[in-house]
Design a protein around this ligand. Structure first.
Ligand code: PEP
Ligand code: MG
Length: 833
């Protein structure tokens, strides 16, 4: 038991946060009422029936002082029993207070105590007091009679007995099974302790200006300086402030304020809050009571804050010299940054959740439901926001995906087409929403509760939470303000691992540049052919039977690619750009329906039957493990030859007007050393040819994607041919688990719920299994080639936990979608601090 004075030490991990904070306030000589703190160990003993010496406990307080007990756990978010006020109220004190502050106020205090003691300590049914008339003059008598009837004993009159009962009930409530499970769900350890503080009550009721309130110096939503809070005359505790009768603090056009009612108290509170900000090194909300015009500080807690407020508050504290920059970086949760980068549903808004799915691309957007890419385009042309709803998406949907405000699919997981494209475009996306019935022919979505949402109706997709909401909740706009930029610049000073972006288009590259990525770590070249006119040429190449036909398609592709690469190099000038050679899962490029086949037949000038037959012949049972990546490159080498030529010609063009470009060329889906040898020989030959033709020299770096388990295991054979390895953790996860990336969404939630997997391994890197392959691949690769650059470019590259793992095993950089670059930069900085 520690009486909180300026000398007796109290620690957060032995007495809890509230006790610690109160002690600091006492040391700052703020007007804190007398307080005694019980440690975790003492409270644990109380729960076991071992009571402290109550006389000693109460010794610091006046004999007639009314006290309260408040919980003090290590982290206020873990919950705990509610405070119990007005301990010490009894018949005698009720009578004396009636004389001092009036019968009505005295009744209020005693009635409140009898009721909370009955329910929380004596465990009487709360219904017992339902029919009481709280305005009645004899309300206390009625409550005491009801207590006696139910508890079969008189209401305790001794303050020591009352307090002992309260302490016992709060200690036991904390140790109960349901409370323990609840706080463990919030991240508390199994043995988390509870401290209790016994504090003298300042009544907040009586003559002169009396009341209670809360005050803080910043706005919790924006993080900007603004005095906010509420105050209610003749009241006790926070709950009372919820009523409409509470006053604003600062002079306010919306109604009367504390500033006008008691200006001196208002000024004093402001000064206390400012001192607390400096000395407690945080924006604090203070809970206060005013009695006869005098201010008392009951408690201080860190202010609640939105993500954008968290950034502003941390940066301002550092700029004001209150905390170091490093601490400001640690105080912001990296994932919370994505809330600043995208529009979000206002945390205060009402949410009508229709269904949930996998949160695939963060941010929120509202729009009218459309069921096809063509309608999405039409909708955009009319200037109407729309949500594109598909069973799953494929390259034919790309234009519509660009034009949609948000995406929703029934199928697919975190690496599905819709998810990857949504993240790349920065469009909010929820995938795998299989609890909704997608009735595409009837153009309707049926919610699990039976509600029907038809084409044209307005819904909102919250891709941060993975929710589909009815209607249009209030939104908060994205804010990349000065505080954000400052925090990011500080992060870059600290971090020791590079962050590049996965960028396929000039727009992606520009986003990557804006977010200060250290280059492009993965340009998926097949994604450059999703636009409708290009898709046709790509299909011509895939469909070509004879090499002449293929050559003609390739000749058309060459200038397009050269142009693409020149643009990327120019945007990223001075930064590395890693281009991956074609890796098209064929099914993503084949028409999926009759209309698509007919269009293709027309474009190729072939009979429909021939196109259909050829499409069937190209069809694969498992296209994700089929003729992808280097397998296509070796079977049809002209494709990679063309890409290498386009890269080299673009290198020369872009180097003319800036720093020399050193392109990085990456071979996908390698599993054998011979694949690398064959491709390298041809690329070297193309480089030599281009050098001779143009009379210009250039360098380039060749590397492979390590994304099959065999490539990781045989890294020692492969590395001598490479400048770099980039681990493709999407495919590596798929192949390590034998789990299809496109189908995993169907059962992933069941698996995670039942604890088979701790998390979706496509989301958070599986350090034990996939991570083991990464470690082996890195060690074996570097054993053969010590200068080998190592990176991770799967979706995991943007996840803070995965970055921690990568850093530990010596990865040089991670690459993630452009909108996750700031999250990765901050996460990397936190790891280095
Ligand atoms: C990967 O497999 O991790 C990867 C980055 O490539 P993709 O997702 O394009 O297969
Ligand atoms: Mg891959």
């Amino acid at each position: 038991m520690t009486f909180i004075t300026a000398t007796a030490p109290v620690a957060t991990n032995s007495h809890g946060g509230r006790a610690k904070c109160l002690q600091r306030l006492v040391r700052l000589e703020l007007p804190v009422p007398k307080t005694v703190a019980l440690s975790f160990a003492e409270v644990h003993r109380i729960a076991g029936g071992e009571m402290p010496d109550m006389d000693a406990l109460l010794a610091p307080f006046e004999s007639d002082a009314i006290v309260c007990v408040r919980p003090s756990s290590e982290d206020p978010d873990w919950g705990g029993p509610g405070a119990i006020l007005n301990i010490g109220m009894n018949d005698a004190r009720h009578a004396s207070l009636s004389d001092q502050i009036g019968a009505r106020a005295a009744n209020g205090l005693y009635a409140r105590f009898i009721q909370s003691y009955s329910v929380n300590v004596a465990r009487l049914d709360p219904d017992t007091f339902d029919d009481m008339d709280y305005q009645a003059a004899d309300i206390c008598r009625q409550l005491l009679d009801a207590y006696e009837d139910e508890a079969e004993e008189p209401f305790p009159q001794s303050r020591a007995d009352q307090l002992a009962g309260v302490l016992r009930s709060m200690a036991r409530a904390w140790e109960g099974t349901s409370a323990r499970l609840l706080r463990q769900a919030k991240g508390a350890p199994a043995d988390a302790g509870l401290g209790l503080v016994v504090q003298e009550m300042v009544l907040g009721l009586g003559h002169g200006e009396c009341g209670s309130g809360v005050l803080q110096l910043v706005n919790s939503t924006t993080g900007l300086p603004q005095i906010t809070g509420r105050y209610l005359s003749q009241s006790q505790g926070r709950e009372a402030l919820e009523t409409g009768a509470a006053l604003f603090l600062e002079r306010d056009s919306r109604g009367p304020s504390l500033q006008e009612t008691v200006p001196e108290a208002f000024e004093e509170l402001k000064a206390h809050a400012a001192l607390m900000r400096i000395r407690l090194r945080a924006e604090m909300q203070i809970e206060f009571t005013i009695e006869s015009g005098n201010v008392h500080i009951l408690d201080g807690v860190r202010v609640q804050r939105s993500s954008r407020a968290a950034v502003r508050i941390a940066v301002r504290l550092a700029k004001d010299g209150i905390i170091p920059k490093q601490e400001a970086l640690i105080r912001v949760e990296p994932r919370a940054l994505s809330e600043l980068l995208h529009r979000q549903v206002d945390p205060e808004a009402q949410r009508d959740v229709i269904a949930t799915g996998i949160a695939a691309s963060p941010g929120a957007a509202t729009g009218k439901i459309v069921f096809s890419a063509a309608e999405a385009q039409a909708s955009a042309a009319r200037g109407e926001a729309c949500v594109l709803v598909r069973r799953e998406t494929n390259p034919e949907d790309i234009r519509g995906m660009h034009d949609a405000s948000a995406l929703l699919t029934e199928r697919g997981g975190i690496t599905s087409h819709a998810a990857v494209i949504g993240r790349g475009l920065g469009v909010p996306c929820v995938v795998g929403a299989s609890s909704l019935r997608f009735q595409l022919r009837k153009r309707a979505l049926i919610a699990p509760d039976g509600r029907v949402f038809r084409e044209g109706e307005t819904i909102t997709i919250d891709g941060t939470e993975g929710q589909i909401l009815a209607g249009e909740p209030a939104m908060l706009e994205a804010t990349l303000d000065d505080s954000f930029q400052t925090l990011m610049a500080w992060a870059d000073e600290e971090r020791d691992i590079d962050v590049r972006a996965n960028a396929d288009t000039p727009a992606d590259a520009q986003t990557a540049r804006n977010f200060n990525a250290n280059g492009i770590g993965l340009c998926r070249t097949e994604h450059m052919f999703f636009e409708a006119d290009r898709l046709t040429v790509m299909r011509e190449m895939i469909f070509a039977d004879a090499s002449d036909d293929r050559r003609s398609a390739i000749e058309q592709l060459l200038p397009m690619q050269r142009d693409d690469f020149t643009k990327l190099f120019r945007i990223m000038q001075g930064q590395p750009v890693c281009i991956r050679l074609f890796d098209p899962p064929l099914h993503e490029f084949l028409p999926t329906d009759r209309a698509g086949l007919r269009d293709l037949a027309e474009a190729l000038n072939l009979p429909l039957s021939v196109v259909t037959r050829r499409a069937d012949a190209l069809g694969e049972y498992n296209p994700m493990l089929g003729m992808r990546g280097v397998r296509l490159g070796i079977t049809v080498p002209e494709i990679y030859d063309m890409q290498a030529r386009a890269i080299f010609e673009a290198t020369i063009a872009a180097s003319r007007d800036g720093d020399p470009i050193v392109p990085e060329i990456m071979i996908p889906l390698v599993s054998a050393k011979r694949e690398v040898e064959l491709v390298k020989t041809r690329i070297d030959a193309v480089a030599a040819a281009v050098r001779t033709e143009q009379g210009t020299d250039f360098d380039y770096r060749l590397g492979v994607m390590v994304e099959t388990p065999r490539a990781a295991l045989r890294a020692e054979d492969i590395a001598p041919h490479c400048h770099f390895f980039s681990f493709g953790t999407n495919d590596l996860t798929q192949m390590t688990y034998g789990l299809s990336r496109d189908d995993a969404g169907r059962f992933m939630s069941t698996y995670v719920r039942q604890g088979v997997f701790p998390e979706d391994p496509f989301h958070t890197l599986d350090a034990d299994g996939v991570g083991e392959l990464l470690k082996l691949g890195a060690q074996r690769g570097r054993a053969a080639q010590p200068d080998l650059t190592l990176s991770v470019c799967g979706e995991h590259g943007g996840s803070p936990e995965s970055i921690a793992f990568c850093r530990k095993i010596g990865i040089d950089y991670v690459s993630c979608s452009p909108f996750r670059v700031p999250v990765a930069r901050l996460a990397a900085a936190q790891l280095a601090i």
